[in-house]
Design a protein around this ligand. Structure first.
Ligand SMILES: [Zn+2]
Length: 469
């Protein structure tokens, strides 16, 4: 550890001569975060609740009640704030008809509301980050399309956060493309998100990261303790890989591209470890780093699981198709205020009402998202390939990497951590070099990655250092 600290100290000195600051300093991101406001989020959540129910099979004709009115309002809200900011968002409905199935009793139009902020870099714009919330809601019976289902926390909170981030970023410049989505059919089986993920896979869209915000509304747990300084981020890329490879072995002679990629990554893990270093884990670390840097005191708690037990979310169809995907959820849930008919029972009020939402907390989660999305979309792409040199017995570490494919890379940052640490612990800026030897840092004892930086110090996600095949 003493040696590692010595190098870390040297890195701080070197960074003075380096083109990018050691900590990101970007006026664009500061401005985006300032624009996110708890009072506006409150107003949007109350408007969504006022549609009575937003059940996927509820009325679509009324202008005041049901899912049709809700989605028309979401689209108009995004268009209005884009116009106000003279923004670059293109807002549209993406719809398909879902046939009767397990949680759909008649053919039903599933409509996603999607706003796209196109990247401005000719190569970078092919890189896509997607952030979502689901605007459908439910009562106790998942097939009940008539009863009131306010869904203030589940998931008007997520939709209001997505609207807030989209409106704050509408007129900003990013290298990569960001897609803001309010999806439907989550409660009926992740139908809207599944369609987005399926289309992205079919069109070979390069989704570098997807985040669903689902139940991000309350800082007060069912234990009565308020935790307004934490949000959980569910991040697991390993189990979808295992599932895909095992399913392919059982069922099909041929492999799809994700199964092939998953098999290669599992082989790499079998050789050198790194079971917490899938692209999903790297994306989660990058989200945590940016979110905590830009909003000091607000902690992103990484959970290396796909989701909570007995629950799922809109990130799952993305994970299953090989895209890095995460879920933000409040720290301790109160299940009396989710998926419940409005009623009084045993001295408790049940139902997902705005009374149980902490609007300033939603704003903090929205800022965590926005800091991460803005910095990742403004940073260049990570180096395509990073190789850990294991050709000789040595107590040093030598890394080489391919250049980031995008222009205007200000430099590269090598990061490393102990094999049992969830987050990067050390860093050393390499300037524009494409190799680095860390003297006295043994490759046997650490996991390594390389990050690409822009001139403001915005970081890409780390590319994990593998070994040459
Ligand atoms: Zn939900």
């Amino acid at each position: 550890m003493r040696r590692s600290r010595a190098i870390h100290g040297a890195a701080l000195l070197l960074s003075a001569a380096f083109a990018a600051p050691a900590v990101a300093d970007d006026a664009v991101i500061a401005r985006v975060l300032e624009r996110i406001d708890g009072r506006q989020i409150e107003s949007d959540i109350r408007t969504l609740v006022a549609f009575g129910t937003r059940h996927t099979m509820s009325d679509t004709q009324s202008e005041s009640r049901g899912i049709g009115a809700a989605r028309r309002w979401i689209k108009q809200r995004l268009e209005a704030c884009n116009a106000e900011r003279k923004g670059r968002l293109s807002v549209r409905f993406l719809s398909h008809v879902e046939l009767a199935g397990r949680r759909i009793d008649r053919p039903t139009e599933i409509v996603n509301v999607v706003a796209t902020l196109p990247g401005l870099d000719p190569l970078g714009r092919e890189r896509v980050y997607l952030v979502s919330g689901h605007y459908d809601s439910r009562a106790s019976d998942v097939m009940d399309a008539r009863s009131d289902a306010p869904g203030a926390n589940d998931d008007a909170s997520g939709v209001a956060a997505v609207i807030a981030i989209a409106c704050a970023m509408a007129d900003q410049s990013t290298r990569a493309t960001i897609v803001f989505a309010a999806v439907a059919g989550e409660e009926q089986g992740l139908l809207g998100a599944d369609r987005l993920a399926r289309d992205a896979a079919a069109e070979h869209t390069r989704i570098e990261g997807m985040i669903t915000n689902d139940i991000i509304g309350s800082s007060l747990g069912d234990d009565g303790v308020r935790r307004a300084d934490t949000v959980r981020l569910f991040a697991d890329g390993l189990t979808p890989m295992l599932k895909t490879v095992l399913a392919n072995e059982r069922n099909q002679p041929g492999e799809d591209s994700f199964a092939k990629q998953a098999r290669e990554q599992l082989l790499q893990i079998a050789r050198i470890g790194g079971e917490h270093d899938t692209p999903t884990h790297q994306f989660a670390r990058a989200v945590k780093r940016a979110a905590e840097q830009w909003q000091p005191g607000f902690k992103v708690q990484l959970v290396a699981r796909r989701d909570r037990f007995l629950r799922g979310g809109d990130h799952l169809p993305f994970l299953e198709r090989g895209f890095p995907a995460l879920r933000f959820t409040e720290p301790v849930e109160d299940f009396r205020h989710q998926h419940q008919d409005l009623r009084e029972s045993d001295g408790h009020r049940y139902g997902d009402l705005p009374d149980y939402v902490d609007f300033d907390y939603v704003a903090r989660v929205a800022r965590a998202n926005a800091a991460a999305l803005a910095s990742l979309a403004r940073a260049p792409a990570a180096p395509a390939r990073v190789v850990l040199d294991t050709q000789s017995l040595s107590n040093d570490t030598r890394l080489t990497w391919e250049a980031s494919p995008e222009q205007n890379v200000a430099g590269y940052r090598v990061v490393w951590r102990e094999t049992t640490s969830p987050v990067w612990q050390h860093q050393h800026d390499a300037g524009k070099a494409r190799e680095l030897t860390l003297k006295g840092i043994s490759k046997d004892d650490y996991l390594f990655g390389v990050i690409a930086l822009d001139a403001e110090g915005n970081e890409s996600a780390a590319r994990f250092a593998g070994i040459a095949q």
